[in-house]
Design a protein around this ligand. Structure first.
Ligand SMILES: Cc1cc2nc3c(=O)[nH]c(=O)nc-3n(C[C@H](O)[C@H](O)[C@H](O)COP(=O)(O)OP(=O)(O)OC[C@H]3O[C@@H](n4cnc5c(N)ncnc54)[C@H](O)[C@@H]3O)c2cc1C
Length: 456
């Protein structure tokens, strides 16, 4: 990068707030999906004003700018594909306001999701979106990906909690779409357009979030099934019984075995499907809700069904699910994680198709995830050989084809980034893609903000 340009950036943020050594820049070259490319510079802005000046400079000097939260993304969204400046928001990580009367929080983008949840809990409040990465992911990254999580079934996803934003447009203007109130319809709903836009339309520098009261009590149910179809039926039956658990997580047989090897919980080898269900609400209703769920599990031939209201016991029941992502690496060193969604009624069809694919291609394909939403994390585990890479590519295409055939979508919460960009025309029409590209062009005429993402 031209030293004059670096000097101008130093003038904006100060010498102590850039990183230029190769070792430091390498740390910002990848996300949780993959290795990528090394940025020319890493910059830590402290305000929307500084972000704006950097973007104006980027348009003048024609270099890419890539916003980065905690780098836990699973589709390559924060990778600087063609170099340029990575903007990291660790200096913009303050919770600016928690307003218990109006049930809102105002935060900077670098706030870690879990830190916000812990802070609002002190006021008896809850910020529900809980990606499994919540201990590390940032609110800015959650907004950009419209993150969901186990809680989405009852409480919705990030989009449902964004009231207003401060955004720096790629051309440097600072705008404040949205409101601080529970309602607001003045002008187009631009705040929602930025949610899920994967850092390609603007840089979010402040967020006004809706909060809700923290439920008084919670119960956790672990149900083990010999037949995966029974587990899937039990999910539909729970919803049909008009019980809305906060969470219904699923693990298939291969995932259970993998997790058992890493962290044994004593789950017998014949178990073909696991459901982890949480119900929450007021103290009086929680026991009866949990018992209803337990009854449904048993009616659907659960071989074992454990129920607890004790938080420490609940943590033990969550062990298999929480440690699974890491345990997968015992199978092979490379993980390709997709997150397709299908209508709940098509869950068994998807699971059987994935099992068939795994056998036919001869590579492990494990599925687990947010069964209550029909959102499955499908993990293909491979060794770094041309043969296995080719098989994995084939599997990815087949998984997407199957999800679409079953009335689903390519991504429930991980976004498109670079890894799914070659596939979006499987789901979106040419007209729709052209319309999306026009929106990008309108916001970012010089294509300097996070180029190469979403569209190939
Ligand atoms: C083990 C594991 C489990 C996961 N589980 C879930 C899950 O259950 N649900 C789920 O939804 N996701 C999950 N994820 C994916 C990931 O954690 C989420 O996508 C998360 O929202 C990314 O946040 P981040 O701060 O790490 O963002 P990054 O990875 O740094 O960036 C993600 C995107 O956000 C953009 N961005 C970052 N900050 C800004 C900003 N201020 N303004 C504009 N754009 C910005 C980046 O350019 C990039 O495109 C998981 C990841 C891992 C590793």
């Amino acid at each position: 990068m031209d030293t004059k340009v670096i000097k101008e950036i130093v003038d904006i943020v100060g010498q102590e707030n850039i990183r230029a050594s190769i070792e430091e820049r390498k740390c910002y070259s990848y996300d949780a999906r993959t290795d990528g490319a090394i940025p020319d510079l890493v910059v830590f802005p402290a305000s929307a004003g500084e972000v704006s000046r950097i973007l104006i400079l980027a348009n003048r000097q024609n270099f890419p700018v890539i916003p980065r939260g905690s780098g836990t993304g699973l589709t390559g969204g924060s990778i600087p594909l063609s170099g340029g400046v990575v903007l990291s928001f660790t200096r913009m990580s303050r919770i600016l306001e928690i307003d218990p009367k109006n049930l809102i929080a105002v935060v900077e983008p670098g706030v870690v999701t879990f830190a916000l949840q812990e802070e609002v809990a002190k006021y008896g409040l809850m910020y529900p979106p809980d990606p499994a990465s919540y201990k590390y992911s940032s609110i800015g990254g959650n907004i950009a990906e419209c993150a969901g999580g186990p809680n989405s079934l009852k409480y919705g996803v990030t989009r449902d909690y964004v009231l207003g934003l401060e955004v720096v447009l790629p051309t440097g203007e600072i705008i404040r779409p949205g409101v601080k109130t529970m309602k607001g319809v003045v002008g187009y709903d631009l705040a929602r357009l930025f949610v899920g836009s994967e850092g390609t339309l603007g840089i979010v520098t402040e967020i006004t979030l809706k909060l809700i009261p923290l439920p008084e009590a919670r119960a956790t149910i672990l149900a083990l099934f010999k037949e995966v179809d029974d587990a899937a039926e039990a999910v539909s039956a729970t919803i049909a019984a008009r019980i809305v658990p906060s969470t219904i997580e699923f693990m298939d047989k291969a995932s259970i075995r993998c997790s058992e090897q890493a962290n044994p919980m004593g789950i017998p080898p014949e178990i073909g499907g696991l459901l982890l269900i949480e119900v929450d609400g007021d103290k009086e209703s929680i026991a009866s809700q949990a018992e209803k769920v337990q009854k449904i599990m048993i009616e659907h031939k659960a071989a074992d069904c454990r129920l607890t209201q004790d938080p420490q016991e609940a943590d033990k029941l969550w062990l298999a699910r929480r440690t699974l992502s890491q345990a997968l690496y015992n199978l092979a060193p490379l993980k390709i994680a997709e997150d397709v969604v299908v209508p709940r009624s098509n869950i068994p069809a998807l699971i059987h198709a994935l099992e068939g694919m795994s056998k036919r291609l001869g590579i492990p394909i494990l599925s687990f995830g947010h069964a209550g939403d029909g959102n499955f994390h499908v993990n293909i585990m491979i060794h770094d050989t041309p043969d296995e890479r080719e098989k994995a590519e084939k599997a990815v295409k087949e998984i997407f084809t199957e999800a679409l055939r079953l009335g689903g979508t390519l991504s429930g919460e991980h976004g498109i980034g670079t890894s799914k960009a070659p596939y979006i025309d499987m789901e979106l029409s040419a007209e729709l893609i052209a319309t999306l590209k026009k929106i990008k062009q309108l916001f970012d005429p010089n294509n300097i903000l996070n180029p190469g993402k979403i569209f190939v």
